[in-house]
Design a protein around this ligand. Structure first.
Ligand SMILES: [Zn+2]
Length: 159
């Protein structure tokens, strides 16, 4: 056994016990305005100066025209249903890792301001959802919001 190998054997191992909680704090930079608006119950999008296309989540540069997007536009609380689909088998929740059934369909909504956003729908029967019908955002209580799209609990059909 060489001197180096003897030295290696004497070293103590550092032990970590799992699970352990690690808190990450991310600087959202340009998107922080979008996150802060969500906490206030508002949906903001950036607007392309070339064709006026609205983008959610907001981007610094328009992916189509490669120009800076400096204008922010409030998208309102309502929008038109564009598409709907329902997951009919248990699937993992990416936020919790838990296997769960998905009662609420996923909807794509074109907001009053022109941007599109995805979310859950409060109506669990997809046959009652028709393209073009108006949906309204239902928010989590202000104290539960985290500045994520998840702050919108679901989209509810407007009677
Ligand atoms: Zn553009």
């Amino acid at each position: 056994m060489s001197a180096a190998e003897k030295q290696e054997k004497k070293e103590e191992f550092i032990t970590f016990r799992y699970p352990r909680t690690v808190v990450y704090k991310h600087n959202l930079g340009y998107q922080s305005k979008f996150a802060h608006a969500l906490k206030m119950g508002r949906i903001l999008a950036t607007k392309c100066p070339v064709d006026g296309r609205m983008t959610i989540p907001p981007r610094v540069v328009c992916p189509m025209h490669h120009v800076k997007q400096t204008e922010w536009v409030d998208q309102g609380q309502r929008g038109k249903l564009i598409a709907v689909f329902k997951i009919n088998f248990p699937m993992f929740d990416s936020r919790t890792g838990a296997l769960k059934n998905w009662e609420n369909p996923i909807v794509a909504v074109e907001l009053e301001g022109g941007a599109r956003i995805d979310g859950w729908c409060s109506e669990t029967d997809p046959s009652k959802l028709k393209p073009g019908m108006i949906l309204e955002a239902v928010w989590r209580p202000p104290e539960e919001r985290e500045g994520k799209a998840y702050d919108i609990l679901h989209w509810k059909p407007v009677e």
